[in-house]
Design a protein around this ligand. Structure first.
Ligand code: SF4
Length: 248
């Protein structure tokens, strides 16, 4: 039943708590990576349920928002063995673990990774507010870290956790993705990069847009800004090609 007001942490802790060997999953599907350093690469997406933020413009609210979606639509408890089997059967060499916020479920996620073939290339998409365990930090091949700006509507202390961002940057395998929609966002993003001492050649700027028409307009604006600011531009294939269709 929608309108359940509960934090992701509370939901993970309350009965029925996920048993050992279970992950709370939103969806599993095959597609192309739509953003960031490996854009265009075929991959399997493992989207974990629940998030510790509630960004105003979130395009995957169905994976966490229990006020808008019924719980049985948001959360599916999957035994780890079933997820391993699905990944192995897909024969994809690249797995993108996303959310929601996947680092909310690190103990079970760590168990899953131990059971996966070591040759798999693993990406994690995170909002950068939670510290990864050393084990996870060492195993993940690529961290796509997307700290949120004030355009997300989230309070500063919730959306920016410097210790977590520092740990992720320290892996040497982390890229930043910043979602911007205005000149004010660009100025805020630039200040954030300076404050974090994040290498600018490991940053992607992405246009804020929830439909293809808006994406086209914002992409042209942002492309010019990226040239001016000497920063990388990231397309958003899932909006451009599939209009944000779920499971693509
Ligand atoms: S952190 Fe990501 S998944 Fe969570 S609410 Fe924000 S945009 Fe959505």
């Amino acid at each position: 039943v929608p309108n359940e007001s509960v934090s992701a942490e509370e939901l993970l802790a309350r009965p029925p708590t996920p048993e050992a060997g279970v992950l709370r999953v939103s969806e599993i599907f095959e597609s192309l990576q739509g953003e960031g350093p490996s854009v265009g690469s075929p991959c399997l997406f493992l989207r974990l349920a629940l998030c510790n933020l509630s960004c105003d413009w979130c395009d995957t609210a169905y994976s966490w928002d229990l006020r808008r979606f019924a719980r049985q639509e948001v959360v599916h408890d999957f035994p780890l063995a079933d997820i391993v089997s699905r990944i192995v059967r897909s024969r994809r060499r690249r797995v993108v673990i996303t959310g929601g916020e996947p680092l909310l479920q690190q103990p079970a996620l760590g168990d899953l990774l131990r059971d996966l073939p070591p040759s798999l290339y693993l990406e994690v998409e995170t909002n950068g507010t939670l510290l990864p365990t050393p084990e996870l930090a060492a195993r993940i091949d690529q961290w796509n870290v997307s700290p949120k700006l004030s355009n997300s509507g989230q309070a500063l202390e919730r959306r920016l956790v410097p210790a977590a961002l520092e740990r992720l940057r320290g892996t040497g395998r982390a890229w930043l993705k910043l979602v911007v929609g205005s000149d004010a966002d660009l100025a805020e993003a630039s200040q954030l990069l300076d404050a974090l001492h994040w290498p600018r050649d490991r940053v992607y700027m992405m246009p804020l847009a929830d439909n293809a028409q808006e994406l086209g307009i914002r992409s042209r604006w942002l492309a010019d800004a990226c040239v001016r600011m000497d920063l990388r531009f990231s397309p958003r294939l899932h909006v451009d090609l599939w209009r944000g269709e779920r499971g693509r």
